[in-house]
Structures are given as C-alpha cells and as structure tokens.
Design a protein around this ligand. Sequence first.
Ligand SMILES: [Zn+2]
Length: 367
Amino acid sequence: MIRTVEHKLTRRDFVKGLAAGLTSAGVLSVSNHSVFGSENKGNAMKDDNLYFIQTVRGGIKPDQLGLTLIHEHVMVDFIGADKVNRNRYDADEVFQVMLPYLKEIRAIGVTGFGDCAPMYLGRDAQLLSRLSEAADMHIIANTGLYKEPYLPQYAFQKSADELANIWIGEMENGIEDTGIKPGFIKIAVNPGSLIPVQQKIVRAAARTSLATGLTIASHTGHGGAAMEALDILEEEGVLPNKFIFVHAGTDTDHDVAKRGAWVEYDNISKEQSGKYMQLITDMLDEGYGDNLLLSQDAGWYNVGQPGGGNIRGYTYLIEEFVPLMKKSGIHQDIIDKLMVANPARALSIRYGSDEAEGVSSPAETEN
Ligand SMILES: [Zn+2]
C-alpha cells in the first residue's frame, strides 16, 4: 500500500513555488495543464488521473511534480558492494552538507528531484526522506542493481525472477526497514554486447516493471547496449516508454527515441553546453521532443572524502542552460515540456499495476 503522506507542499504552494522560480530565474512559465496532453503523440498516457508518482514521502499526482531534475545524486559511495555500509558515513553530516544544495534549487523553482544512486552505491532512503522534508522537494528514490564492481554476490547466483522479487518487495513493503518506496528502477549495463549478468538484470527490471508499473532507468553509455536492452524489454512485453536511456548522446539516440523510449541527456554542464545544445536541437528537429529528458548527473556527497569532497551544485541547468536554450530559439512550451511534463510522464506509474492495489485514488491523496 502507498503511504498517503500529508505533504507540507500543497498544490497552492507548489504553483507559488514555480511562480517564484519564474521571477527569480525568469525562465519558466506556469502551466496548469495536464502533463499528459492528448497531443503527446505515440504515447498511451492520456489522462493523468490514471497515474501517480512515488516519492520518498508517498504518492503524488503527476502534475504535482513540477520543474524536475530527473537524474542527480545526493550521495554516492564507490567503495564497492562488498565493503559498502552505513558506518562509512555520518548521515547527519551528509544531511547538513547536502541540504543547502537542495534548498538552492528549490529557491529557483525546482520541486522534483530524481536520486539515481542505486543500491550498494550509497542509496539511503531515510536520508533522502529527511532531505525531502527539509528542502520541501519531491525526491524519487530507486530500486535495482548497478554493474560490477557494485554488484553483490547474490546478483550472480539468483535468477531474474528472484532478483525481480526483491525489487518488487521494496515497492510493496519499502526499502529495507524504512517503509520508504522506490519510484523507479535503476540498473546499469556494460558497453557493447550485454554480458550474461547484465542481461539477467535487464530481464529482472522488465519483470519488476510489469509487476509494479515502475519505469526502468538504465545507465547505458553505449548505443548498441541500449538497443539490446530494448530488445530484451520487448521480449518481456514491456513498453519502450518504460525505458530511459541514461547517459545518451550516441549515434543511436534517434533510433532509441523512434522505438518510443526515453533519451536522457543528463550530463549537462557549462563545459559541455555546446555539445548538448546540438544534441537537443537535433532531437527536436527530428520530432523527438516527447522522448527527451534533461539533467546534470550533479552532486554529490562522495563517501570517504573529507566533507564529501568536491560537490557540483544543481543550479546550472535552470539558471544558465535554459536561458541558452531560449536564446537558441527553443520555444518556452518546449522547455516546459522537457523540464516539467516529460519527467512527470517518465516517472508515472499507472494505478492498477499490481503494486497499486489498495492505493487510494488521486482525489483522496490530493490536498
Ligand atoms: Zn548518475
């Protein structure tokens, strides 16, 4: 059952927040339209009352998510699956260090934040929940497994169904003993042809998605690997719009979009602004605006480094890159689509998926 948390963030505050973003950053317009306009061609999502988004503080309506950075990180620990554990960091310190970064983007109108640290790579649902509350931000956590050397031994021994059952269990009962549920599946694949353990992880993700309605975000720096993952999903009966090609920017981006999957340009930075502007323009020119997601892969408190090391803040995309997009002739409606509607559509979970049994209707969960 979805916990129906009383959100501090009411719908009125949410709209006010966006409006504040509009004045301070001067870049976004407030739209009260459904995030699933019937004009979204090639997408089965027509009515947002059929969907919800699972945040670390409970389910929200898709149009409550707002301006969103879909792929960022609060904390990452690269020590490896055999050594990673809660005693390697002080959660209070991480909270103190990272909260100002979240408040900084909240002040410029960001209300949605996808946290992409997978299991065994520094995922801490309790920490995310505390930050979500303190920063007044919809944070979305994930379930799933990454790739070597961040895979636990059991990833090699268990079957796809057994792995899927663990992840489905997190959606049903919460992550570890927190009661906090994941809002998407985060996996990774190796570049090139998929090795057996990664094929199995893609299959497990497919079965989890079918059972729960969760979308699969796959770290995939390689176009062929993305196409192969999509082949497996197709075999398993998962619709391509439940797959996000994370770290796209390859020669197969358009092929992936053509199949109906999400293409995510998630490494946008000052240094790479020209490259991403070109990639975005090309996608829009080909008519793939409905398949495009933007983010920065920024942050994070790096466990093991004093004070979390060098942390990259989350403001660049909204404060500097969006104005550049407008300057290069990208219309405001398109920017709203890329930063508000698309992330909400990508993370939406259909009521009636197995996990949604007993979930109260959106009307009941709304403030
Ligand atoms: Zn990332």
